[in-house]
Design a protein. Sequence first.
Length: 466
Amino acid sequence: MAPSAAQSATQRIVIENCAIATVDANDTEYASGHLVIAGNRIESIGAGKAPEGLENVVRRIDATGHLVTPGLVNTHHHFYQWITRGLATDHNLFNWLVALYPTWARIDEQMGYSAAQGSLAMMARGGVTTAMDHHYVYPKNSGDLSGAIIKAASEMGVRFTLARGSMDRSEKDGGLPPDFAVETLEGALAATEETVKKHHDASFDAMTQVAVAPCSPFSVSTELLKQGAELARRLGVRLHTHGSETVEEEQFCKELFGMGPTDYFESTGWLGEDVWMAHCVHMNDSDIEAFARTKTGVAHCPSSNARLAAGIARVPDMLKAGVPVGLGVDGTASNESGELHTELRNALLINRLNSVHREAALNARQALRLGTYGGAQVLGRAEQIGSLEAGKLADLVLWKLDTLAHASIADPVTALVFGAAAPVTASFVNGEQIVENNRLLTVDEDAIARSTREEAQRLARIAAQG
């Protein structure tokens, strides 16, 4: 069948002579293959050279020495924390939150925008093509924080999910955040609905989506959880929160609600295939079964869990049970590197410290799947992204593996996961290149570095004044 006029007019990019890990259902790989981008979609992929006679090829990339993978998908983050990195470095989660909430409660729109730029830039230059931000700190008179974050993502050119967070349980109600840092129940629900209606795009190739995301049992009332779930399902968007992060959370839930976190979440409507939770470190067999039965997703954040001494999540058991699991950077006040590609390695290594599974906990290809297709599942976008297949969106990364750091490792996926952080020669989102030779093409990295430093200093001065 001859191509249509529209197909013939579509601009194509041809990538050849590269190893390819598709991360499809069969884990198909090519030792030397090709990939053709047509517009914002993957048109074809396979072994050897690209097909002859392709029309309107605007660029050919000889990717010798590279591995091509799906773009990395980040499933949990707090962008605003970019401007409070390096603080409370020897604290557990509770003490860390108590130490930092008074500072976080003083962020404003400019700080939020600058911090989002820093967080996004660090991820994007390291192979992230889909990012998310769980933003839940909305101080009074702080400006349009959600709009500022979305603007930063749009300018960067990454695909993005804003998990519009909220808190209504403050210190006076037995919660952790200061009283002036929380919203009312009604205010939080109204602002969340407004954000969804203004910014959420449900289309196949959406660049911006919004989820409903009350923060955690420590900072959210039962009513906000229940009504938040009802709101999300009425609007047709996903739900996100923190769950089972520490042993203290389990004690808190049992003392306050008479049940553990998973049972509490289920009682409030917070288990389901439209839900994903961050961390899920302290899960028993019954909890994992409940997540598997309901297809509730998990954002695994190994570096942050280690930084805050939270523990080791039972990822191998979750995967065996059929729980959708992706990777998360988490906020950069508990993972100062702010990079997701290092989480591939950390997820593999930390899970091997589990005394049950040891060296069989995760392998290189499972780690890569967590960072790509697993993340797409968790964000509800597995039909569009997360694997390299014809018809999917052209979100992909070219990792350079022929330098000193990786050249002597024969298997490219092993090199990527077990080796040092690999250089990104090119990163494409929606068919548009956003990174070239480890530098962002869409924004000025040096200007962002200056801005984030200035805003971090301004926030520190304001916090010091009380």
